[in-house]
Design a protein around this ligand. Structure first.
Ligand SMILES: Cc1cc2nc3c(=O)[nH]c(=O)nc-3n(C[C@H](O)[C@H](O)[C@H](O)COP(=O)(O)OP(=O)(O)OC[C@H]3O[C@@H](n4cnc5c(N)ncnc54)[C@H](O)[C@@H]3O)c2cc1C
Length: 402
């Protein structure tokens, strides 16, 4: 979008374009199911996971020292009031989702949407509860499910669902995309424009004077510019340190695994009871889930993949034994589940675009629109007040403790 509006753009990437979480994720393009991880009960769930490698939400004891400040902000956010406020903020950010997605489409990104998302449950009471949490989204153009369906109705929509499923609903505004197709087409659109891409380049230092960053020195040379956008996903915190910025983002590792396609999986499904998803693509079903906090360089743990496969067997009938292509990648997790987008107070020519957490694919179009306007027009027509990158200050913790 920046380039389309006449900006001269250079992308510096430490690996290759598309090597991050955006291409490996589950492909849910949501406007309705958006929610922060910091929900009531999340702190207890995280703390009790310390010694259990199979829990969907897991914190490693070795990661704790690096998460003290982050964890305090997370705990502060995990109240009912702040959780609902977080949902509303995400809904407001995505109000112009369709317009922004179509704009990406006109610029060359493949925005073909798959079928609607389906949310099945074993426990009808839990289904009722999850459905009720969607209520605040109704004020933001989101069409809510009309009510609960029973198990047989759910199996008529998605024949692969197991007999254990007794309730659920269809989310009309949320769909899947194949994130490989989405990201690859975006990369092609980038490469077809006058955009300079420098891959396999590590930023080693930054040059600054007063309130401006003037240069970036990378392993492939030094760059000068008017503006710098810091958007390094789960790697944003260490990169921010070079700028003397404290970016409150930690990696939240997730896994996925491929299964053979099945005509019986007609829709993407999310099993809230297992915190796992299954998304049908043309060449595979992508089964994924889990949230693992394991420090800045998370390690791959096969037990977590096995746990996803084992738990999913209770919900859906697929060819689990034929699984292939296991992948892990990290979500850029902020404490309150909202992105960090905007100018940090320290600098006049730096913009942060990080912390998109569990929904960075879904938030891509509106974030791109908002940040393009911020950089080129000095302000965004999308209100970014909830996403202030400076909001995680110690003094905010002190104020909330009073
Ligand atoms: C298992 C899993 C499932 C998910 N499912 C969904 C979903 O269904 N729907 C949804 O909306 N979201 C989903 N997400 C979240 C989504 O993928 C992320 O929020 C999103 O990809 C973040 O985008 P990003 O551009 O910030 O980071 P990334 O896509 O990870 O890109 C960051 C890039 O920055 C580069 N980089 C890092 N550090 C540096 C550095 N120092 N210098 C230069 N380059 C650097 C990396 O190499 C990488 O290419 C999922 C995530 C995971 C892990």
């Amino acid at each position: 979008m920046l380039s389309e509006r006449g900006a001269e753009v250079t992308i510096v990437e430490r690996n290759e374009l598309g090597s991050g979480a955006s291409r490996g994720n589950a492909g849910f393009m949501c406007t309705t199911l958006l929610e922060p991880l910091a929900a009531p009960g999340a702190v207890r769930s995280a703390l009790t996971s310390l010694n259990d490698p199979t829990r969907a939400l897991r914190v490693h004891a070795r990661a704790l020292p690096g998460m003290v400040g982050w964890g305090m902000h997370f705990a502060r956010s995990a109240t009912q009031k702040r959780y609902v406020a977080g949902r509303v903020a995400l809904a407001k950010l995505n109000l112009r989702h369709t317009e922004a997605l179509n704009l990406l489409g006109t610029l060359g990104t493949d925005i073909t949407l798959g079928p609607e998302l389906v949310v099945p449950f074993k426990d009808p009471a839990l289904a009722e509860h999850y459905l009720s949490t969607l209520a605040p989204m109704a004020d933001y153009g989101v069409e809510l499910p009309q009510g609960l369906l029973d198990g047989d109705e759910m199996r008529r929509i998605v024949p692969a669902l197991a007999d254990t499923i007794r309730a659920g609903y269809v989310v009309k505004g949320d769909h899947s995309v194949d994130p490989r197709v989405f990201v690859d087409s975006m990369i092609s659109a980038v490469r077809s424009r006058k955009i300079t891409v420098i891959e396999h380049a590590r930023v080693t230092s930054v040059g600054r004077s007063d309130r401006r960053i003037n240069s970036l020195t990378t392993t492939k040379g030094t760059l000068t510019f008017d503006e710098v956008i810091l958007a390094a996903g789960a790697g944003s915190r260490p990169l921010g340190k070079l700028f003397d910025l404290r970016i409150a983002v930690v990696p939240g590792q997730g896994y996925n695994v491929g299964l053979p396609v099945s005509q019986a999986l007609t829709h993407p499904v999310i099993f809230e009871e297992a915190h796992a998803v299954a998304t049908p693509f043309a060449d595979r079903i992508r089964l994924g889930g889990t949230m693992e906090f394991d420090g800045l360089e998370p390690r791959f743990d096969q037990r977590r993949v096995d746990a996803i496969l084992a738990s999913m067997r209770q919900f859906i009938n697929l060819e689990f034994d034929a699984h292939f292509d296991t992948w892990s990648g990290s979500r850029p997790m902020s404490p309150d589940g909202l992105p960090l987008m905007g100018r940090p107070r320290q600098y006049d020519n730096v913009v942060i675009a990080a912390g998109h957490g569990m929904f960075g694919l879904s938030l891509t179009p509106t974030s791109a629109l908002a940040l393009t306007e911020l950089v080129l027009d000095g302000r965004s027509s999308i209100d970014l007040a909830d996403f202030d990158p400076d909001r995680f200050r110690i003094r905010n913790l002190v104020a909330s403790a009073r």
